[in-house]
Design a protein around this ligand. Structure first.
Ligand code: ADP
Ligand code: MG
Length: 260
């Protein structure tokens, strides 16, 4: 790798307590541009806590997260001003929640959900916004005729695809996803995964994806971090970790004894 390439994120000693309960403990890693990092582990292992700390949705108890911003240079995410974090969330980052309710306004039209994101980064021309929204509905395989419909009339899979469109229309360089296929039927999941994989590779996105589903991790992630009780027990290239797990816990996870 060329010397000038810097990690997009550098996470050092990240720890989060909830009272005296541990959310995650002493997590360190770098995320490189264009990399898809999977965070896997059982329910309650600290995956969402870690993701929310990295994406500045949650304050860690200890540790630092530095981010190489396109606009602000290298910043210490948790010591930066809230307006800067807000700007990062609108422009350089996307956040796809497990529940589309947390990422969409279900009571305003699909087109307006996408349009609001564009307006938040300064778009003002109605015709351009509408055209861009239509283009992104197409990208996520939602029929153009649904543009003025409310997402609350959409299926779960369609809502999730709309949430993805809303998060990609602003051309972020990095997308955080927390169990993006978690609430969906298996057949719907497979289609969404395929769509995600194509978008991520075509747009060259960097991604941090949390999933308890190793099949999802296998399909999307280049590298995995395996968490147990808040700590990272193993990290490595996805195929290495899944085909030749080193840690006893990962071996159990892979042999599906711990999977539900
Ligand atoms: P995962 O996403 O892997 O299921 P979480 O990060 O949600 O795990 O949770 C990690 C641990 O932190 C669990 O023991 C969970 O009960 C605890 N936890 C998560 N959120 C909170 C909270 N808001 N208050 C107290 N404990 C929490
Ligand atoms: Mg979670």
């Amino acid at each position: 790798m060329a010397e000038s390439v810097k990690p997009l994120f550098s996470v050092q000693g990240l720890t989060k307590y909830y009272g005296d309960m541990i959310g995650c403990r002493d997590v360190s890693f770098d995320l490189w541009p264009g990399e898809v990092m999977g965070i896997v582990g059982e329910s309650g292992s600290g995956k969402s806590t870690l993701l929310n700390c990295i994406s500045a949705q949650l304050e860690p108890s200890e540790g630092t997260v530095s981010y190489e911003s396109g606009q602000f240079g290298n910043i210490d995410v948790h010591r930066s001003e809230e307006p800067i974090r807000r700007k990062l969330r609108r422009t350089e980052w996307g956040i796809v929640h497990q529940n589309p309710r947390d990422g969409l306004r279900l009571g305003v039209s699909a087109g307006a959900n996408i349009g609001e994101r564009l307006m938040s980064i300064g778009a003002r021309h109605y015709g351009n916004i509408r055209r861009n929204a239509l283009e992104w509905l197409g990208e996520v395989e939602i029929d153009a005729s649904r543009i003025d419909h409310l997402p609350k009339t959409f299926s779960g899979g369609m809502q999730q695809r709309l949430q993805i469109a809303c998060n990609l229309v602003t051309e972020p360089r990095l997308v955080f996803m927390d169990e993006p296929t978690g609430g969906l039927d298996v057949s719907v999941q497979a289609r969404l995964l395929d769509l995600l994989r194509n978008l991520v590779s075509r747009l060259g996105l960097s991604v941090i994806i949390v999933t308890h589903d190793l099949a999802v991790a296998r399909l999307l992630a280049h590298r995995l971090m395996v968490m147990r009780r808040g700590e990272v027990v193993e990290t490595g290239l996805t195929d290495q970790v899944l085909d030749d797990p080193q840690h006893e816990y990962t071996q159990l996870l892979v042999s599906s004894i711990l999977q539900v």
